[in-house]
Design a protein around this ligand. Sequence first.
Ligand SMILES: [Zn+2]
Length: 304
Amino acid sequence: MTRRTRAARAAGAAIALTAALAPASGAWAAGGPTATGAPGAMGASRATAGDAPTLHGGWVGEAAARRGTTTRLAGTTSRPVGVVRVDRRVSGRWVAAGSAAVSTRSSSAGSWSVTVRVPGVPSAQTYRIVWVSGRAPLASAVLPTLDVYELDTYSVRTRGRVSSDVSTFARFAAATYADPRGWARAHHRFRQVRSGGDFTLVLAQASTLPRYSPVCSVRYSCRVGRNVVINDTPWRARTPAFTGDLTAYRRMVVNHETGHWLGLSHRSCPARGALAPVMQQQSKSMQGCRANSWPLPGEVARVR
Ligand SMILES: [Zn+2]
């Protein structure tokens, strides 16, 4: 058999999800020339030498890892032989990211576990697992995309006298940060901490805004250094120029000011009737654009 035919056979994997060891997120894959493992049969496969080789496995836990850390993959093989290799897709090619010998403790099936170090840059990464015995790949499967994310921590403070309820404010901000339409698309996750953190989210009395910087206005929100400052007055009632509803305004202002903290600068409305970039100053003028609370693809792509 040529190398190409073998690879084609290995890649022709029928996908069957296996319940026994599958994580809640469903970040699990199965592969082989044919998938013989029935749901629940993991580790109890009655595979014999004549059976088609079957490989099961996936991320342990969520298909996500903080940048620069390690994460673990685990699974089973239909026979206790060989090595499972983990490859990462880099510029259109598969590059080895780790491997481990298949455990031979069971006489009928194998199990394996591989720890890999994930890239240091927030990104979506494609991995596959390849079961190899001798020189021949027996089976392989592409895994659910791994979200390699940056973790940003923040604390919540108030400044001056504010009318809004601060715990409601904090909950709203956390929901906005966790929303898959938000900066999560740029592989950033946010976690509130009691004090300190990477930035401070401030709910501030309008009159205190210029104390952060002369460029901050009592009418709008502002970002100065590590302070993402939300103005309590428009938080309660929007600005007159913003054409969306109050919820849309609040999401927009959290994403806009946090976008500055992530390194983004202002954008203009690209065309009449288009969705406004979240980094457009929608609090001041819609410039002919439609109200929008979430980063546009071009803005997501700018975040490092
Ligand atoms: Zn701004």
